[in-house]
Each structure stands twice: as structure tokens, then as C-alpha cells.
Design a protein around this ligand. Structure first.
Ligand code: SF4
Ligand code: F3S
Ligand code: FES
Length: 252
């Protein structure tokens, strides 16, 4: 097996870390949720991704967690790190104490241990909010795409950086209380398609999708989403803007 990180000799002893991990296997009726401790030596530049792989490779092959990109791009490694939603692959152990608690993101369906099914929820929300370009103009696949102003493209790209990690949902009090709430990730998607000149939906069409308490009027401005988003998306600004726009329609 290729070592994930070379342990360089350091002047002092490496820190001894203890990871307390919430274990549970919903597929096993006898499984009872419990914290299980794993100890390991910290290495230079160690992330939680590296620590968890080290544990799985050398101590416990049954430990479940998700990773794909290891670079903060795929969104699959989000978990509760000392109670706070974050990406394990972007979290350095040196920024944490020597006792670290890990738990799965709340709200999403638990697959096992630290692995949750964010994809199912994200897909359902995308279908519900119809997050694709709506155009009545027939598409000529051979024609060049219409030119977009750089500033316009940049504004769309800024919101398109969402990696669907689920941290904003896990950190939102409203989402925990209101099952149908689309959360900051859903509202951000609507903001993104509103900006897109190729999408011919009107504000009234968007109102149909988010103009209720499961949408923009359910948000209580708790701002956990804004504080926790690992991509630093401008969620606070987008939600406030959408709320003003939807309220101005005078339909409510
Ligand atoms: Fe993650 Fe931010 Fe997207 Fe929410 S808005 S899913 S926190 S990247
Ligand atoms: Fe939730 Fe963010 Fe609104 S945390 S309540 S979606 S401001
Ligand atoms: Fe892809 Fe962490 S593994 S975001």
C-alpha cells in the first residue's frame, strides 16, 4: 500500500491524536450508535482525510466515510468536526486539539458511520427547483453559443462554485425544523439561474418555486450557512436579494 503521507522525523515527538468517531451501521439492526476512540501519531500536514485513511488502513477496515477528490471539490467528505460542519479533506489536524470528535452530518440519510447520502437530497432538491436552463427557443446544436459578457459569466461562476457538500443544511436551524426547506444550497441555485440570460423563466416563475416558507420566506436569517460554507459563497447576500425580489412581486 502506498503511504498517504510520509512521516518526516521532527525535532520533538509527534502529537498523539485521539479521534472519537460516532459509529453506527443502520443496515445492522443490532448496531447501537456509540463513540469509538482511535489513537494515532500526527504527521506533518496531516488532514482528517489522511488520519481517517490511516485508521482504516491500519486499525479498522470497517470504518465508513466518503472521499473522492481530496481537494475540496467533490463535497463528499463533509462531516461534523468537533460539532461543526466542515470538509475533512481541507481540515488540518494541526488546527485542532489532540482530541477530535467526528460525527456524520445531521439531517441527511445515514449510510454508516461518517457517510451520509447528501446526493439523494441534492438531486431531489434540484428536481424540485428545476435547476436547469429553461428556454422556449429551439436549440441549434451546430450554432455557436451566444456570447456572454465576462462580468455576467463571472457572477454565474461565483454561485456555480457550490460543491453540494451539505454543510449549509447541516448548520441551518430552519432545515432541522422544517423538512421541506430548500436551504441555502437550494436558494443559491435559484439565484444562479436567475442570473443566467439563457434561462427565460420570469421572477413569477421563480416565485412559484421558492416564494413560500419552504423557500426564501422560511429562512430566518440564522446565517449558519454563510459562516460554514467551505467555498465562502455569498449566501447571506444572495438570500437577502432573493427575498427582496420575491417580496417586491407583491404576491405575498
Ligand atoms: Fe456546501 Fe456552500 Fe454549496 Fe452549501 S452552498 S452545499 S455549504 S458549497
Ligand atoms: Fe438557514 Fe442560512 Fe437562512 S442558516 S435560516 S438558510 S440564513
Ligand atoms: Fe472531495 Fe473532500 S474529498 S471535498
Amino acid at each position: 500500500m502506498i503511504p498517504l503521507l510520509r512521516r518526516r522525523p521532527t525535532a520533538g515527538q509527534p502529537r498523539r491524536l485521539t479521534l472519537s468517531i460516532l459509529r453506527c451501521n443502520p443496515a445492522d439492526p443490532a448496531s447501537v450508535p456509540h463513540l469509538q476512540d482511535y489513537a494515532l501519531d500526527e504527521a506533518d500536514g496531516m488532514t482528517l482525510f489522511i488520519a481517517l485513511n490511516d485508521i482504516r488502513a491500519h486499525q479498522d477496515g470497517s470504518l465508513q466515510f466518503d472521499f473522492v477528490c481530496r481537494a475540496g471539490i467533490c463535497g463528499s467528505c463533509a462531516m461534523l468536526i468537533n460539532g461543526r460542519p466542515g470538509l475533512a479533506c481541507r481540515t488540518l489536524t494541526r488546527d485542532l486539539g489532540d482530541h477530535i470528535t467526528l460525527a456524520p452530518l445531521p439531517y441527511f440519510e445515514l449510510i454508516g458511520d461518517l457517510s451520509v447520502n447528501t446526493g439523494k437530497w441534492m438531486r431531489g432538491t434540484s428536481e424540485r427547483l428545476q435547476t436547469w436552463i429553461h428556454s422556449t427557443t429551439p436549440v441549434d446544436l451546430d450554432a455557436l453559443e451566444a456570447r456572454m459578457e465576462p462580468a455576467e459569466a463571472e457572477a454565474i461562476y461565483e454561485l456555480d462554485r457550490c460543491i453540494e457538500c451539505g454543510c449549509c443544511i447541516a448548520g441551518c436551524g430552519t432545515a432541522q425544523m422544517r423538512e421541506g426547506f430548500v436551504g441555502a444550497v437550494g436558494l443559491n441555485k435559484i439565484a444562479r439561474f436567475r442570473l443566467d440570460p439563457r434561462d427565460q423563466r420570469s421572477d413569477a416563475d421563480f416565485y412559484e418555486l421558492i416564494g413560500d416558507d419552504d423557500g426564501v420566506f422560511g429562512c430566518m436569517s440564522l446565517l449558519g450557512c454563510h459562516d460554514l460554507c467551505p467555498k465562502q459563497l455569498p449566501l447571506q447576500t444572495q438570500i437577502a436579494f432573493l427575498r427582496r425580489k420575491m417580496a417586491a412581486l407583491g404576491l405575498r
